[in-house]
Every structure is written in structure tokens, then in C-alpha cells.
Design a binder for this molecule. Structure first.
Ligand code: ADP
Length: 334
């Protein structure tokens, strides 16, 4: 079979129509010969310029937007040919953001774990009990951070393959939230965590581990995006929606601008604010939280404001009450 090498630029140059390839910011990536002849220029000179500085009116220009092309070769005993695959620039950007965020998120706690372990090994006979306890606490906290990241990454890959194995059972929300708060108190020693539970709140029907993962993400964010000493409060109550329990996670932090509220649940999305610049995060937490809550038959709402310095955010989740029969059975057992 005759071998043909496909060259996108060569093909585009043969076409008797002006063709422009532009990126997401409308910057010209490539212009074919026909287009260049209209402007008496060449592709190198025009590359990087703004589309609208050059777009001739009613010229029937073909604009290829957001795509780059990847050429890969297929070669075996019988056939040999090239594929021309469109690669979405946006996907490439998401992918490279992902790699840099995850490497950063992994490297920071690992460096600190290795550093403190090294110090302890090298000077274990010179350290006193208080110092040893301090170093071990840091090692434990940084390991917790790694575990949270790995769990979030595993959840995302499960979401992507549409596979989930939730184990539903009747769970007391307050006692699970108290466990989460004990872990976070060590991590954020200057933030008071307050848990309030109304009387007669029934158990919820959820996967216990996933419920903890949801609460860790929401309460960790509440502390992370607040200033020192900012109170993080969690309120558990019966929801106005029948057969649902409402859990509100409130903070007095930086808040989120109204135009960004829709984006925070998207994968790998971190909203620019002076605390996101200072704090670590993968932009996966809320994406996973929303997905898990919906898989458990619940809903999540957010209210936030940036008008005052400490206006803060409220994330409310609604989760279904464990079935009436299991409730009445529990009451009889009590
Ligand atoms: P991250 O790992 O960046 O914390 P999340 O998915 O948990 O990722 O959150 C996405 C973005 O939403 C964060 O980067 C932050 O900008 C914003 N955000 C989440 N929770 C809060 C909060 N309680 N207060 C202010 N901003 C928040």
C-alpha cells in the first residue's frame, strides 16, 4: 500500500478558501496561503495576532477554533497510515493543570514528611519529648492530607468510569461530624469548630465513609478559606423538605463572588482569591461532594457573598432520612 503522509498545513494551503486556526483566546495559531495572500503577509508574521484585527468582513474565511491536531502513525504488516486527530486545547489545558496541581499537592506534604523524619533520624538523641511529639504530629497531619488527596483522586476516577459501590446504612450525622471535626481541629488549631444539632433529628441513609468524605471536604474548605480564628459551624436540623435532614456548613471567610458560584462544582476548578493563592487544593473536592450527594439521593446548595470582608459562605446539604421502618425499629431497640 502506498504510504501517504498527511500534513494539515499542506492540505490547508491547497484549499482556495482563506483558513484561520485560532485558540480559545482568539489568537491566530495558523493562517493558510490564501488568507495570507489577502493580507500580503505570511503565517509566521500573523501567528499570535488577534483574530478580530485581521478578520476580513464577508470573506468566507473558514475559522477552526479550539483545536490543535495530533498526527499519529498506524503501521503494521499490511497497512501504514496516519491519523489526524483533533485535540481540544481546553482538554489539554485541563490535563496540564491537573498534572501540575496534583504534583504540587503530592510534593508539598511528602517534602515535609521526609524533612521531619530526616531531622528525627539525624538528631533523635538530642530531641526532647515535646519536640518529638510536635514532629510526629506534623508527619501525621501531612499524611492525612495525602490520604484526602488520594481518596479524592480515586473518587474522580470512579466517577469517570461510572462505577460506584455505595453501601447504604442508617447513620447518625452528628457523631460522624464530630469525628471529622476532631481530625480537622488538629489541622486548623486556631479555628473553633462548633457543631449544633436540633432535637429529634433522625438518622440519615448514606454510605458512612462517603458521608465522612463529604463532610471533610466541606469543613476543610470552610476553615481553609477563612481567616485565623474564624468560626466554622455545622448545623444539623430537620429540613423543610419532608424526609430530609439539612446539614449547613457555615464559615466567615473570603466568600465566593456570585458569578463564580456555578463554577465551583466543576472538576479542577479553583477560584482566584488571595487565600486560594496561599492554600493548597486540587479543585476536586466540591465536584466529588456534589456527585456523592446526588448518588445518595440528596442535594447541595450554596449561598455566599464577598461584599463584607468576613461575609463567608453557607453550604447546605439535604440527605434522605433513613427509612421509617429502620427508625421505628431503632426506637424499639433503644
Ligand atoms: P480546592 O481543592 O481548591 O479547595 P474545591 O473543589 O473544594 O477545591 O473548591 C473549589 C473552589 O471553590 C476553591 O478553590 C475555592 O475557590 C472555592 N471554595 C470552596 N469552598 C469555599 C468556601 N467555604 N469559601 C470560599 N471559597 C470556597
Amino acid at each position: 500500500m502506498e504510504k501517504i503522509k498527511i500534513d494539515f498545513k499542506k492540505i490547508a494551503d491547497k484549499v482556495n478558501l482563506p483558513i484561520l486556526a485560532v485558540d480559545y483566546d482568539n489568537k491566530i495559531v495558523y493562517a493558510n496561503s490564501k488568507f495570507c495572500s489577502l493580507f500580503s503577509t505570511d503565517s509566521e508574521t500573523i501567528a499570535g495576532k488577534d483574530l478580530y484585527d485581521f478578520l476580513p468582513q464577508k470573506s468566507d474565511t473558514v475559522i477552526i477554533r479550539n483545536y490543535t491536531y495530533k498526527i499519529s502513525k498506524y503501521d503494521d504488516e499490511y497497512y501504514s497510515y496516519y491519523y489526524l486527530d483533533a485535540v481540544d486545547n481546553q482538554m489539554e489545558k485541563i490535563y496540564s493543570d491537573f498534572i501540575s496541581t496534583v504534583s504540587h499537592e503530592l510534593r508539598t506534604p511528602l517534602t515535609s514528611i521526609r524533612g521531619f523524619a530526616d531531622t528525627m533520624l539525624m538528631s533523635y538523641d538530642r530531641l526532647d519529648k515535646v519536640q518529638i511529639q510536635k514532629f510526629l504530629t506534623i508527619i501525621k497531619e501531612q499524611s492525612n492530607r495525602l490520604i484526602k488527596l488520594v481518596e479524592n483522586l480515586l473518587s474522580v476516577s470512579k466517577i469517570q468510569v461510572q462505577h460506584s459501590n455505595l453501601v447504604f446504612k442508617s447513620v447518625n450525622a452528628q457523631s460522624q461530624i464530630e469525628k471529622v471535626s476532631d481530625v480537622l481541629k488538629n489541622q486548623y488549631p486556631t479555628h473553633p469548630f462548633e457543631i449544633k444539632c436540633a432535637a429529634d433529628v433522625p438518622n440519615i441513609l448514606v454510605d458512612e465513609n462517603k458521608f465522612q468524605q463529604i463532610m471533610i471536604n466541606l469543613m476543610d474548605n470552610a476553615a481553609k478559606y477563612s481567616y485565623e480564628k474564624g468560626v466554622v459551624s455545622v448545623e444539623i436540623a430537620n429540613s423543610q423538605k419532608e424526609n430530609f435532614v439539612s446539614i449547613k456548613v457555615k464559615d466567615h471567610g473570603v466568600g465566593i463572588e456570585p458569578e463564580n458560584l456555578g463554577r465551583i462544582f466543576e472538576k479542577f476548578t479553583r477560584i482566584e482569591n488571595h487565600l486560594t493563592r496561599k492554600t493548597q487544593g486540587s479543585g476536586l473536592g466540591l465536584y466529588i461532594v456534589k456527585d456523592l450527594i446526588e448518588k445518595m439521593g440528596g442535594q447541595i446548595f450554596v449561598e455566599s457573598s464577598t461584599e463584607l470582608p468576613n461575609s463567608g459562605s453557607v453550604f447546605e446539604i439535604l440527605l434522605p432520612v433513613a427509612s421509617y421502618t429502620s427508625q421505628s425499629k431503632k426506637k424499639l431497640e433503644d
